[in-house]
Design a protein around this ligand. Sequence first.
Ligand SMILES: Cc1cc2nc3c(=O)[nH]c(=O)nc-3n(C[C@H](O)[C@H](O)[C@H](O)COP(=O)(O)OP(=O)(O)OC[C@H]3O[C@@H](n4cnc5c(N)ncnc54)[C@H](O)[C@@H]3O)c2cc1C
Length: 546
Amino acid sequence: MGYHHTSEIAAQLENASLEIALAEWRTVLNPANVITDPSLLHSRASATFSTGQSIPAILKPRSVAEVQQCLEIATRLKIAVYPVSTGKNWGYGSGVPVSDHCVLMDLGQMQQIVDFNEKLGYVTVEPGVTQAQLHAYLTERKSKLWMDATGSSKHCSIIGNTLERGFGHTPYGDHFGQVCSFEVVLPNGELLETGFSRSAGVAGAPVYRWGVGPSLDGLFAQSNLGVVTKMTLWLMPAPEYFEAFFFSCDDESALGSIVEALQPLRMNGTLRSAVHIANDYKVLQGIQQYPWQEAGNSVPLQPDLMRTLRLRLRFGAWNGSGGLYGTRAQVAEARRLVRKALKGRVHKLHFLNEKLLGLAERYSKFFRFVKKIDFRRTISLVRPVFGLLRGVPTERSLASAYWRKRTPPPSSMNPDADRCGLLWQAPLAPAEGDHAERIASLARSILLEHGFEPALSFTLLTERALICVIALTYDRDTPGEDQRASSCFKQLTKALTDSGYMPYRLGIQSMDLAGRDASSAGLVRAIKAHTDPANILAPGRYQRVK
Ligand SMILES: Cc1cc2nc3c(=O)[nH]c(=O)nc-3n(C[C@H](O)[C@H](O)[C@H](O)COP(=O)(O)OP(=O)(O)OC[C@H]3O[C@@H](n4cnc5c(N)ncnc54)[C@H](O)[C@@H]3O)c2cc1C
């Protein structure tokens, strides 16, 4: 993976330029923020799958001015730089650059929340602002606004996730759809602002995305055209009343019918949030590690054992969750419509508010002691999902990266250092039952065939589109497993793209899918050549190399 430098002379010249650049960077940054310690470089070059890239240095700018100066030096000396916000892009490459020999620019220390407006519901953040930080900020102010959160760690960056067009669970779950006014440093160090921010003193900049003239925001997501140093995101007003619903269905062939039942409700606005449907493997990964003993130490977890486990732990072949938001009357009507739509298609359907969830948690203790049935594990998954539907970030789902590990997840989880194996593939499709069925069937047969569990979730992210997230989870400490996972991933990607299902985002392991369409790729290439003629910024990221 990456660029290979053929000539030794070129390599020597590059090293000499790097030494000059390091000396210059040490004059503009605090020298402690120019890191060349080999062990730190090595740890930042590891991901949740095998990578070969080396990182010659790490820069940790603390301000926009420092970012500008660092990039001006990089462009002048032709040193490749790869920006990350918190670098926790697990399953897609973590913080590892796409190409070899890129200096990592870690923006995690730029952690200011620079603007906030309760009435109009927006906040402007720097790249190091994490989900936990924004959530604490809103809580401290007793704000009546909700953020959206992903199921990844609380310590992930809001900007990093949005630039990948990541998603969460609330009505504001499609992150790139809720942002505007980017401040961007171009590779030559120039500063650019988008939307109305590009004209000084325009009052509407944080509340209106387009400005006048061509909209530039899209150029800076899933691209390598600039370093985003500020972004405004909109926050949703907390509804008067909120209820979550959870359903499960024991019939393995019910996915298409469930999608068909829910899509019209998503389309007509009854369901405003991203409804999530997970299969049994995905739920099991969320509540425990691989049942090594019961599986006789063999992998993959066979469908018949999976069936036994889901009956014992009381979840379905398909398991869904979503939120209802509005006044009490609106929620009551939405509840009626969801119930009607799912009637005869699912086996269990529960609506939960905070009070009922508290009771269910207590009830699970009663069942455990009196009836000897243990609901704790399934309930333990309900609480974090309930929180995510209200934009409360959680550390809970990260433990699923440790699914195949032989030891329990540590209290401070670091899937890269702990050698968790994880590759995501996330195909996008029209929100229709047939498409969901086809993706599920492809993923299921390919993963099982290669010795991995097909852990799948389908999210009705918008009114019209669904995203399937396929987790290929393994243990990097098992000999040969990195290689097997990689060939499974390649076959899966080929089967999905051949069937018309492109991923909604690419990891560093699949950047070769970028820029397949010649005309738009040509325009993007021309813009890149204009703003970054030396191709120093994140070479290879969402960019066709040849
Ligand atoms: C168990 C688990 C659950 C997950 N759940 C979700 C989920 O629900 N939704 C979801 O979307 N993802 C999820 N993820 C994937 C991933 O962890 C998140 O998307 C995470 O937010 C990305 O990492 P980050 O925020 O540190 O971004 P970064 O790693 O900092 O950024 C991602 C990429 O964007 C680019 N970039 C970052 N910052 C900048 C910048 N300022 N300027 C220019 N380019 C930049 C870089 O190329 C970088 O590689 C999950 C992962 C795991 C392991």
